[in-house]
Design a protein. Structure first.
Length: 376
């Protein structure tokens, strides 16, 4: 019901211009013109050639129906993949009803805002959820192929793919690294090998150019430039250091055979890493933080002694990230939050809280059961 309702609202009322960005790009690719050139009145197309070709079928239907299907498929995929990830995240001893309530309020605001803009982040994040669930369930080839597909549509899932390499599972290595090459080569079947290489070069050039612009997004670099007059390029050095820390931490957890921690925390950490250090971290991108918000709420369900504390921490996360950027607060508050870049504070806050939760979980004994309460 939620998926249908949101899809109808976007198709009949909002009709966001981002839909024209992706369909025009698909048309340009099929006609042999450069989809990465400026489009009058529209934003740049910033996804891969494969992503453009996957949207080509929407050219066959009227825009209203196309927008409905574009949103419906992404939101439906997200809800399904999120539930798959939750089922594999070892949430033992919790009821499905309580998990559902926490999941709904943790995701509904950011996910609906993202799909209302007809962005693809919801669908890309859904593929990451599904890949992580498959990895947790031991389906390594499928996990590698899915996360490599997500990486070939937009660049940020590559961080999750690299982290999972730290498990040194041969099947996953072969599927992920082979999948990256496979999906990159698929457009050659329609546009030819040379044109495919040219399109990928144009995509890379656009990404490089974007990084040189003063976009003042919600990443750490822009936040430091806005409030502390620092060079936003500091983001790159910070991203390298934090990425190295996450990679080494993932390797250590794998070495300690704490798969329970990998299955639960690796995806939320990757999402937070992207929104904090991507030079294209805009407001709808905060959908990548919802897994972290969800885990704080889950901790409130799990730890009855400190439930009040964790409910408060969960509520603060909701206020800092989705609430102040929504129509649920007065316009003046929302304008202040956007001008202040309050979401960046929210991302840092969620990261710190998750760090404390991770440490407490690490010090506990490994759960006896391999899967959570949702398996039944």
């Amino acid at each position: 019901m939620l998926t249908v309702g949101v899809s109808l609202q976007v198709a009949l009322v909002k009709r966001p211009p981002n839909y024209s960005v992706v369909t025009n790009a698909a048309q340009n690719i099929l006609e042999g013109t450069n989809p990465y050139e400026p489009q009058e009145g529209l934003d740049y197309y910033k996804y891969s050639p494969l992503a453009g070709l996957l949207t080509a079928p929407f050219l066959l239907v009227p825009d209203t129906l196309g927008i409905f299907l574009f949103v419906f498929l992404q939101l439906g995929l997200f809800l399904w993949a999120f539930s798959k990830w939750v089922a594999s995240a070892r949430l033992t001893g919790l009821s499905w009803q309580n998990i559902t309530i926490v999941a709904f309020f943790s995701t509904v605001f950011d996910v609906t805002v993202a799909v209302q803009n007809c962005q693809v982040n919801v669908g890309i994040f859904a593929l990451m959820f599904f890949a992580m669930a498959q990895y947790a369930d031991g389906k390594l080839v499928r996990a590698g192929l899915v996360v490599s597909l997500a990486t070939n549509l937009k660049l940020f899932p590559f961080t999750l793919g690299l982290c999972l390499l730290m498990g040194f599972k041969k099947k996953y290595w072969m599927a992920f690294l082979g999948g990256v090459l496979l999906w990159m080569a698929v457009p050659s079947l329609l546009v030819g090998f040379e044109e495919n290489l040219h399109l990928h070069a144009e995509w890379l050039q656009l990404m490089t150019w974007d990084q040189t612009r003063d976009l003042y997004m919600l990443d750490v670099g822009s936040f430091l430039a806005l409030h502390f007059d620092m060079d936003p390029a500091i983001r790159n050095a910070l991203a390298l250091m934090v990425g190295l820390f996450i990679g080494l931490g993932t390797l250590y957890v794998f070495k300690r055979q704490r798969d329970d921690l990998v299955d639960r925390f690796l995806l939320p950490v990757n999402g937070l890493y992207v929104v904090l250090f991507s030079y294209l971290s805009e407001s709808p991108t905060s959908v990548l933080a919802v897994a972290g918000i969800f885990l704080i709420g889950i901790e409130a369900l799990s730890d009855r002694k400190r439930a009040g504390l964790y409910w408060a921490l969960w509520g603060i996360a909701l206020v800092l990230v989705p609430l102040f950027y929504s129509d649920l607060v007065p316009n003046d508050w929302g304008e202040w939050a956007r001008a202040f870049h309050l979401k960046t504070i929210g991302y840092l806050y969620i990261s710190v809280v998750l760090g404390f939760i991770f440490r407490r979980r690490y010090l506990e004994q490994r759960p006896a059961e391999p899967n959570g309460a949702l398996n039944g």
